[in-house]
Design a protein around this ligand. Structure first.
Ligand code: ATP
Ligand SMILES: Nc1ccn([C@@H]2O[C@H](COP(=O)(O)O)[C@@H](O)[C@H]2O)c(=O)n1
Length: 439
C-alpha cells in the first residue's frame, strides 16, 4: 500500500451512471457513492467522493509504485445480462494486456445507489497500454444501457487524489463528466454485498431460481433440460412418515463416509444434492456467474425434495448436502474478507425457503483445518499440497462453516467428525435416534 502522493494517476472505470451522477458527499453514509476494494486480505479499503478540499484523509492507497491503478464497475442488480457482463469482464481482465496486472474486487454502493460490482486493476509497470486496453475493452462491449463510464484518478499538487469521470465516445475520444476528490470512508457497518444477497445468490423460492435459469435457455442449452426436470416434479413436495436426515459440511469432512455407513445401518435411501439427473451439467453452470450457478443448485434442491418426498414414504432418507450447502457456499463466495463481514445471525439469508421440503435433522460435520488438510491430501485428487493448505486455511472455509452454523429452522447440529470413522458413526446414529426416535 502506498500513499497517493506517490501515484502518477489512478484510473477508475465505473459504469454506475445513477450512482456516479449523485452529488459528491465526502463521507460514507451520505448521498454520494462509496467504494470498497476487496483485497486479498480481510479488510475492505473504503473511499468516497468530496466536492473540494474536505480536510478528510485520502484512502489507504492501493497503487503499486511506479505503476498505475484502474478499475471498472457494472450494476450488480440481479439481472442475467449484468451478471454475465461482470463475468465477461472478469475473464477478459485475466488475459492479454492485463496479464501483468493484479485484479481485485470493487464494490460501489451508497444511500441512493444500487450496488455495483467491479474490479480494481493494479498495473505494476504503468504506461499507457493498460488504460488504452481498458478503453478498448469497454468500447468493445457494444450497446449497453447505461453506457460505460471511465473514472480517471489523479494525484493533485499536494498529493491529494482526484477522480475524473469520463464518458467514452463510441467512435473514440471521451468527455469529462465530473472531477471530485477521493477521500477515505469508514467500513460500512454491514458489508455492502449483504443487502443484495437474497436476490443475487441465495434463493428463497423455486420461482426465483426458476426465473433465472429460464433467462439462460438461449445461451445455455442445458438450462431447458434442467427446467423440464424441475417442471416434472410435484409442487410443494411433502415429506413421508420416515425421517429425513441431511449431512452437511465442508469438503473432506467425511460426509460421503458418514452417509454411506448411516445408510447401511438404517437401511435408508441415500440421496444427494445436486441429484444425479442434473449432475452432468454441473461444470456448465459452475462456469457461469454466481446468479446463474446458485440458481442451478437451488433448483437441484427442489428436484431432490421431490425424491425425498417419494422415498420417505418407504424408508428413512439420508441426504448428502441440501439447501444449507447451497446457501452457505453462496454467502461465503459473495461476502469478501473476514468472517465478521457475514450477514449477522438471524438474517433472512439464513432462513429456510418456505416452499422447500424440510428435513427432520441436519448434522454439520466439522473437523479442524489441520485434520481437513490431512484428509484432503490423503484423498489425493488433483490439488498440490500447497494449494490444499492454502484453501483449507483461507477465510473461505471459515465463512462457509460459520454460515452453516447460523442457519435456522432447521438449524445445523454440529458433530465433531475428527474421531475415528466408527466413533463418528456412533455419534451420528445416537443423534438420529435421539431426534427421530426408533427407526
Ligand atoms: N473419521 C475419519 N477419520 C479419518 N479419515 C476419514 C474419516 N472420515 C472420512 N475420512 C477420510 O477423509 C477423506 C474425505 O472423506 P469423505 O470423502 O467422506 O468426505 P466428504 O465430506 O464427502 O468430501 P466431499 O464433500 O469433498 O465429497 C476420505 O479419504 C475418507 O476416507
Ligand atoms: N446442495 C449443494 C451441493 C453442492 N453445492 C456446490 O457444490 C460444491 C460442493 O460440491 P461437492 O460435490 O464437492 O460436495 C460447493 O462448492 C457448492 O458450491 C451447492 O451449492 N449446493
Amino acid at each position: 500500500m502506498l500513499h497517493p502522493s506517490r501515484l502518477g494517476r489512478l484510473t477508475l472505470l465505473p459504469r454506475a451512471l445513477s450512482a456516479m451522477s449523485a452529488p459528491p458527499a465526502g463521507a460514507s453514509g451520505q448521498a454520494g457513492p462509496c467504494f470498497a476494494v476487496e483485497g486479498p486480505g480481510s479488510d475492505l479499503v473504503c473511499f468516497t467522493l468530496s466536492a473540494g478540499a474536505s480536510g478528510r484523509p485520502e484512502p489507504r492507497c492501493f497503487v503499486p509504485a511506479p505503476g498505475r491503478c484502474y478499475s471498472l464497475c457494472v450494476p450488480a442488480a440481479p439481472s442475467v445480462p449484468m451478471a454475465r457482463l461482470h463475468r465477461r469482464l472478469q475473464q477478459r481482465l485475466r488475459q492479454g494486456p492485463f496479464g501483468r496486472c493484479r485484479v481485485l474486487g470493487l464494490l460501489c454502493y451508497g444511500a441512493q445507489a444500487a450496488l455495483e460490482k467491479g474490479f480494481l486493476i493494479q498495473d505494476p509497470q504503468g504506461g499507457p497500454e493498460t488504460e488504452r486496453a481498458l478503453e478498448e475493452l469497454l468500447r468493445g462491449l457494444g450497446e449497453l444501457p447505461p453506457p460505460p463510464l471511465l473514472g480517471v484518478y489523479e494525484a493533485g499538487e499536494r498529493g491529494e487524489l482526484w477522480q475524473c469521470l469520463w464518458a467514452l465516445r463510441g467512435a473514440g475520444g471521451r468527455d469529462l463528466l465530473r472531477r471530485a476528490r477521493v477521500v477515505a470512508a469508514e467500513e460500512p457497518p454491514l458489508h455492502p454485498a449483504v443487502p443484495g444477497l437474497s436476490h443475487a445468490a441465495v434463493f428463497h423460492s423455486l420461482e426465483a431460481a426458476r426465473s433465472v435459469v429460464e433467462q439462460c435457455t438461449s445461451f445455455i442449452p442445458e438450462a431447458t433440460a434442467v427446467l423440464d426436470l424441475v417442471d416434472k416434479c410435484p409442487k410443494q413436495s411433502k415429506k413421508g412418515e420416515f425421517p429425513v436426515i441431511v449431512i452437511e459440511g465442508l469438503d473432506a469432512t467425511g460426509k460421503t463416509t458418514v452417509t454411506q455407513s448411516v445408510n447401511d445401518s438404517l437401511n435408508a435411501l441415500l440421496l444427494r444434492s445436486p441429484p444425479a439427473c442434473i449432475s452432468q451439467w454441473r461444470k456448465t453452470f459452475d462456469d457461469e456467474p454466481t446468479l446463474i450457478r446458485r440458481a442451478f443448485y437451488a433448483l437441484g434442491n427442489y428436484i431432490v425434495a421431490s425424491e425425498i418426498a417419494k422415498a420417505s414414504t418407504k424408508s428413512p432418507v439420508v441426504v448428502d448436502r441440501y439447501w444449507h450447502s447451497t446457501a452457505a457456499y453462496a454467502i461465503a463466495t459473495e461476502i469478501s474478507g473476514k468472517v465478521q463481514n457475514l450477514p449477522p445471525a438471524h438474517h433472512e439469508v439464513y432462513q429456510w425457503p418456505e416452499d422447500l421440503l424440510k428435513p427432520d435433522l441436519v448434522l454439520l460435520l466439522t473437523v479442524s483445518p489441520e485434520e481437513r488438510i490431512r484428509r484432503l491430501q490423503g484423498r489425493g485428487l488433483e490439488k498440490t499440497e500447497e494449494e490444499t493448505e492454502l484453501e483449507a486455511n483461507s477465510l473461505f472455509p471459515q465463512k462457509v462453516e460459520e454460515s452453516y452454523k447460523r442457519m435456522e429452522n432447521p438449524r445445523c447440529q454440529e458433530v465433531d467428525a475428527s474421531p475415528s470413522r466408527e466413533e463418528v458413526l456412533r455419534t451420528v446414529l445416537y443423534l438420529i435416534k435421539k431426534h427421530c426416535g426408533s427407526l
